[in-house]
Each structure stands twice: as C-alpha cells, then as structure tokens.
Design a protein around this ligand. Structure first.
Ligand code: FES
Ligand code: FES
Length: 161
C-alpha cells in the first residue's frame, strides 16, 4: 500500500484488513497517535485526513492510500513545536498526555476551518475527544491562545511582504 503521511510518501507491505492506526504505529513507527477505546468513542487516535479529523482506529488502511494524512508528529516543523503544541505547554493543556495528540489534531482542524473559534465552537469540535484529567478548561485556553498566536504570525508574515 502507498501512503502520504506528514508530507512524505511511504510504501507498506500490509494485509488488506489492517487498520490505519496499526499501520501508522507499527509499520511507520508514528506512535504519537494513541489507541484508547478501540471503538471510535474516545478520539485518542485522531489524525487528519485531507485536513479533516478522523478516528483511525476504525479505518481500514487500504481505503486511505494516497490521501494526505497528518499525525501529531507532523505538527512540528524544522524542529520547532507548532503554536498549538507550545500553547498546550504554556497553558497546561495536558496532564497525563494520553488524549493530547488526538486533541491537538482536532484543534488543528478546527483552527484551519475557523481561525477564531468561540468557547462553544471549541467545545463542539472536541465533542469526540475524551480527556479524563484536565476538565477541558486549560485545553480550551490553549486552543484560544494558539488561535491568537497563529493570527499574530500571519499578520507578521503580511507585514514582512
Ligand atoms: S481509539 Fe479510536 S476513538 Fe478511541
Ligand atoms: S490529559 Fe490525561 S486524558 Fe487528557
């Protein structure tokens, strides 16, 4: 099978019944994506497929060949954490961290679609991501901080042109 993950092409010898989560973790060694419930209800396995959040514990890998897949490992660029990852560190948006990769990917998709989300927008977007530790308040604060940071970075880019 042929995949595009985090901007790179990969070829994997895999049986047609393999799940995308297993291919990512076991064949491509991208273990940031977590297995939680294994039944589509916790969001720990969320990745982006063509910029949309998708729970890959329920997806046959064979169906996602040559789609643009982004895992949490694809957020950082040139050794620098993405603004969302920095904001989670600054705001304390993670405790045990098990839910964090999935929540980061859901948040990334939200901010791509809606650069200035309200608390309600964030709550709706996170409806499929369970966190047992944080109570969500700091996660929401982190996503709002990241939204401001993305906006500031975009303004600086425009000013530099
Ligand atoms: S592990 Fe996929 S939704 Fe829980
Ligand atoms: S930080 Fe522990 S489950 Fe979310």
């Amino acid at each position: 099978m042929n995949f595009r993950v985090n901007g790179e092409a990969s070829e994997v010898a895999a049986a047609p019944n393999r799940l995308l989560l297993d291919v990512l973790r076991e064949d491509l060694n991208l273990t940031g994506t977590k297995l939680g419930c294994d039944d589509g209800s916790c969001g720990a396995c969320t990745v982006l497929v063509d910029a949309l959040p998708s729970q890959c514990c329920m997806m046959l890998a064979v169906s996602y060949q040559n789609r643009e897949i982004t895992t949490v490992e694809g957020l950082a660029k040139n050794g620098q954490l993405d603004a969302l990852q920095k904001a989670f560190c600054t705001e304390g948006g993670q405790q045990c961290g098990f839910c964090t990769p999935g929540i980061l990917m859901t948040a990334r998709a939200l901010l791509l679609e809606n650069p200035n989300p309200s608390v309600q927008d964030i709550g709706q977007a996170l409806a499929g991501n369970m966190c047992r530790c944080t109570g969500y308040t700091k996660i929401i604060a982190a996503i709002q901080r990241a939204a401001r940071d993305y906006e500031e970075a975009a303004e600086k880019e425009v000013a530099a042109i």
